[in-house]
Design a protein around this ligand. Sequence first.
Ligand SMILES: *Cc1c(COP(=O)(O)O)cnc(C)c1O
Length: 380
Amino acid sequence: MKQKTKMIHGGITGDETTGAVSVPIYQVSTYKQPRAGMHTGYEYSRTGNPTRAALESLIAELEGGAAGYAFSSGMAAISAVMMLFNHGDHIILTDDVYGGTYRVMAKVFNRMGIETTFCDTSSMDHIEKAIKPNTKAVYIETPTNPLLKITDLQKVSEITKKHRLFFIVDNTFNTPYFQNPISFGADIVLHSATKYLGGHSDVVGGLVVTATKELGEQLHFIQNSTGGILGPQDAWLLMRGMKTLALRMEAHEQNARKIGQFLESHKAVQKVYDPGSPSHSGHKIAKRQSRGFGGMLSFDIGKEQHVDLVLERLKLFTIAESLGAVESLISVPARMTHASIPQDRRLELGITDGLIRVSVGIEDIDDLLEDLEQGLAPLA
Ligand SMILES: *Cc1c(COP(=O)(O)O)cnc(C)c1O
């Protein structure tokens, strides 16, 4: 089955007992047992819920994994994955990893004895150098946020196999429609489903897929023990969103590439970070390992004062955190998503005060380009 068809027919669809074509919202906490201690597959909704199970089977199928799990947010999903590790274990992470991931590792899991090294995972040398005797996993994002750096999934997989490490990929930006890390050897793929999977800025959720059944059972043990599950209403909303993921990703992709080209040719723009552009350092790798470049791009207009001037003029780009929804969103990483990173560290990473990140929506491209043109006009 092709990816586009899986969005509609993948996992558990509909309801066998009634013939309902949409999976019902099982708003239920507990289940009748025919005999004490004997259950029908469901006993208590923290452990398992039919609506959540349908979503979990769908994401597992979309990512080509053995098992899927749905959590109350991307951070709950990431935290559950980190709980697979023990006191004294060391994990290597992408240096410009999502801010919340950095925070939970540097301020929460560090207190529980999990050590971390943040490095440029687009360089295999940097990964190899960061490996220590107690290293247990390499955790990456590709593309990264907000600079859209690309990491070679195949190469990292070779390193992790050689050193017997877990390979974990946050696949939020590219979604399973464009990229399937498990097919390159990743052990765990996770998502902030709040973004493209939901796609309509109306639900917060997280999803995890494991490559093997055994790893899935370990993760289910953690999910059931710590309880950060996704509720049935939100599980249903996510499935509703995911049915159109293919169409939306294609629209995001087309619009983003055109906006990337427009920005690259604009005089007021100093630098464009667009993995879809042949001038981007990771373009070739992205092209090899993904079926699309995604709907995210960033550009630098130099001065901080310029940023407010431009953003105030824009009418179709809402200033907001988050990404991946049908409407175009625009943000200033230095002041918003990445404000908690100390300034010198931020500048080191390339997140300047003049950097603007765009989550390109699915509006008509002519309207988006016209809006950007008039927004940038005072600087041209
Ligand atoms: C938003 C995001 C997260 C965190 O997910 P929440 O649903 O906000 O908890 C993790 N990783 C990436 C890449 C994200 O964009």
